[in-house]
Design a protein around this ligand. Structure first.
Ligand SMILES: NC(=O)c1ccc[n+]([C@@H]2O[C@H](COP(=O)([O-])OP(=O)(O)OC[C@H]3O[C@@H](n4cnc5c(N)ncnc54)[C@H](OP(=O)(O)O)[C@@H]3O)[C@@H](O)[C@H]2O)c1
Length: 335
């Protein structure tokens, strides 16, 4: 018998732009549990904050600015968790520098930017994934199966509310492409598209702008009615001035399902369904959504696998968001 030879491949080397709050959950923890990827460089507007992240998470190099991270030869890919208005310029810059990108949601400020980003990834042959982490947990595949079992979606209802502090600039500022629909509502929009399995033909929205705070262009609450044609309709609701609530209900000709917390199922969730024999409860095991997402990103870059988020999926989500703003009389972000 021949010797067993262990093939050791080098880990994917990531750079990170900014010292964002989300990086703990979406980047540092999943990387710490995955030996196929390392974070090797960081920059933030405030160097001291980048140094604090580097010290805490064992990142070898701190640069003075984002461009210096992109210029490093020892970086294969970049995590872009910047404020939403900065997703487009810094993702384009990373792709031009020859780096694959994992970009936070929502992908861009509007659909035109999303089209440009996807075109740049196609042209450069690099991987560009939108960090819609929920889609990578095994719960997403189970929802897909259950929608099939109920005979397809006829009525979809999806909600994500959270209490966003007044001081949260990223979510509450027009300049940074904030708004409840952008930061929170992008999830139920994507859940509805996922359950319908196609794009809506009609999008009608009502929004409450943050007039009390003088932010007339920023929605604090949004309701969207969607018509997917062929007898399938949906409604999406989001608020950034209410307690945490995240759920998806789908009704079809042969039954219904209700998922509580499709957003972050690793924090606790439930799936209730009735396929004609009465209600049944179940849960779906998995790692954190972010661990599954990081595994998929590494597999996309290193093994050539096709991720389900990014590309046309991101463009389609942003198109609904743009249409909703226009329908409610507000301008799409970044315009
Ligand atoms: N996947 C998830 O579960 C999840 C959860 C929360 C948020 N997110 C998304 O992740 C992204 C960041 O969210 P976060 O909560 O982590 O935000 P955050 O920490 O408040 O801000 C993210 C980064 O944006 C830059 N930034 C903030 N304010 C800025 C300003 N006024 N001008 C220029 N740059 C500014 C900062 O970069 P520097 O560090 O360089 O200053 C900051 O680190 C958003 O797209 C958000 O929707 C995703």
């Amino acid at each position: 018998m021949g010797d067993i030879v262990e093939v050791k491949t080098e880990p994917l080397r990531l750079g990170v732009l900014g010292a964002a709050n989300i990086s703990g959950k979406a980047l540092y923890h999943p990387v710490s549990t995955n030996d196929r990827v390392d974070v090797v460089a960081i920059a933030a507007r405030d160097r001291a904050r980048a140094e604090a992240h580097a010290a805490q998470h064992g990142i070898a190099h701190v640069e003075d600015d984002y461009a210096a991270v992109l210029a490093r030869d020892d970086i294969d890919a970049v995590f872009n968790p910047l404020a939403i208005s900065l997703h487009h310029p810094w993702t384009l810059a990373a792709l031009e520098a020859g780096k694959h990108v994992l970009c936070e949601k929502p992908f861009a400020s509007n659909a035109d930017q999303a089209v440009e980003m996807v075109a740049a990834a196609d042209r450069t042959g690099l991987v560009l994934v939108e960090a819609f982490h929920w889609r990578y947990h095994p719960l997403a595949a189970r929802i897909d199966e259950l929608v099939d079992l109920i005979g397809g979606a006829e009525l979809i209802e999806a909600t994500f509310n959270a209490a966003i502090p007044e001081s949260d600039e990223v979510r509450r500022s027009w300049e940074l492409s904030g708004g409840a629909l952008m930061d929170l509502g992008c999830y139920p929009v994507q859940w509805a598209r996922f359950a319908a399995g196609r794009e809506p033909i009609e999008v009608e929205a009502r929004m409450c702008p943050d007039t009390a705070a003088g932010r007339e262009l920023v929605d604090v609450e949004t309701h969207i009615d969607l018509d997917f044609g062929d007898g399938c309709t949906g409604s999406v609701h989001t608020r950034m001035d209410a307690g945490f609530e995240a759920w998806l209900t789908v009704t079809g000709p042969r039954g219904w399902l209700r998922v509580v917390n499709p957003l972050a199922p690793h924090m606790g969730h439930s799936v209730e369904h009735d396929l004609g024999d009465g209600p049944v409860f179940e849960t779906v095991d998995g790692l954190t959504t972010y661990q599954h997402q990081m595994e998929a990103f590494v597999a996309a870059v290193c093994d050539g696998e096709s991720p389900p988020t990014g590309g046309q999926d991101s463009i389609d989500t942003m198109r609904i968001i743009d249409r909703a703003y226009i329908s409610a009389g507000l301008p799409p972000r970044g315009t």
